[in-house]
Write a protein that binds this ligand. Structure first.
Ligand code: ZN
Length: 294
């Protein structure tokens, strides 16, 4: 803030994060001096690294090079980059942690739930890989492969994102008698997005085109203590109701899609338990054949 005080700089140049094409070019720069095997597809790596800045991409290739060196190879393979991605992007894959068979089963169905929704809903996905290998605090992950970066998000896509987030919990409910705490991050993310739709983006007719989210001044310490809501009880209630309505509707949609694709859910979970990690090809093949329900 001191540097940015009026009069110090008369111009600000914002350098945004690179888009998919930019990422590919940056990857090419950092790949110089690193022998790559022929199968490596920098374009595909660029597609899977949405949100990465140049430094993240550099870090990704450096980590991959370390993994190749550890394996005693003089060149990088696609596999090294995938492992490095998980380390850089999601947190080191912990293959060593002992997890119970029950935990693995729950995670497999949970991730299969997310994956099916990514696949079925039109504006999200496709699924690039699904894994039940624990990473950081998560039991597994489902990674989409967005086809392009969009400048704006749409209401339809945001609703689909919320629906996908709820898919893990819905799948758990479908299959098991009990539910787990594993969906807490998903629920947090879904709530945050639904709230932003209502209070920030004017996407709720009942609440209207008014910004009720004054969180821009978060640089001030103690903001939460001094934070006063700029609206009355009536509006607060309307916002809560709208957020709940959005979540409930997305939940119902998630439930409907997962019920309709129950045989795929079972087949996907089974495959995950076998292989721990499945590729886009393996996942999409599940939709093409008829499955015997377990
Ligand atoms: Zn989840």
């Amino acid at each position: 803030p001191a540097i940015l005080r009026p009069g110090r700089f008369d111009r600000k140049v914002v350098v945004g994060r690179p888009d998919v094409q930019g990422r590919e070019e940056i990857l090419k720069v950092h790949a110089k001096g690193k022998p790559l095997s022929e199968e490596i597809d920098l374009k595909q790596i660029a597609q899977t690294t949405a949100g990465f800045a140049g430094a993240d991409l550099e870090n990704l290739l450096n980590e991959a090079a370390i993994l190749a060196a550890k394996a005693g190879r003089l060149f990088l393979k696609q596999e090294d980059i995938q492992k490095a991605f998980i380390k850089v992007g999601i947190g080191a894959e912990k293959k060593s942690r002992v997890i119970s068979e029950k935990e693995r089963r729950i995670t497999a169905f949970h991730e299969a739930g997310h994956a099916i929704l990514f696949h079925v809903l039109p504006d999200v996905g496709p699924v690039y890989s699904v894994s039940i290998i624990p990473t950081g605090s998560a039991g597994g992950y489902t990674m989409p492969l967005p086809e392009k970066d969009e400048m704006f998000n749409t209401k339809g896509k945001m609703l689909q994102d919320i629906t996908v987030s709820l898919g893990g919990r819905v799948a758990e409910e479908e299959v098991f008698d009990d539910i787990t705490t594993g969906a807490s991050q998903d629920i947090k993310q879904a709530t945050k997005m639904a709230k932003a739709m209502v209070t920030r983006y004017g996407m709720s007719e009942n609440v209207g085109l008014i910004c009720y989210d004054n969180d821009d001044d978060e640089v001030f310490i103690g903001r939460d203590l001094a934070h006063t809501r700029g609206y009355g009880e009536g509006v607060a209630t309307a916002i809560d109701q709208e957020v709940k309505r959005i979540i409930d509707e997305c939940y119902a949609k998630a439930r409907q899609i997962i019920t309709e694709n129950r045989s795929v859910l079972d087949a996907c979970a089974k495959l995950l338990l076998e292989k721990e990690k499945i590729s886009q090809k393996e996942f999409e093949a599940l939709f093409e054949t008829d499955h015997v329900v377990l």
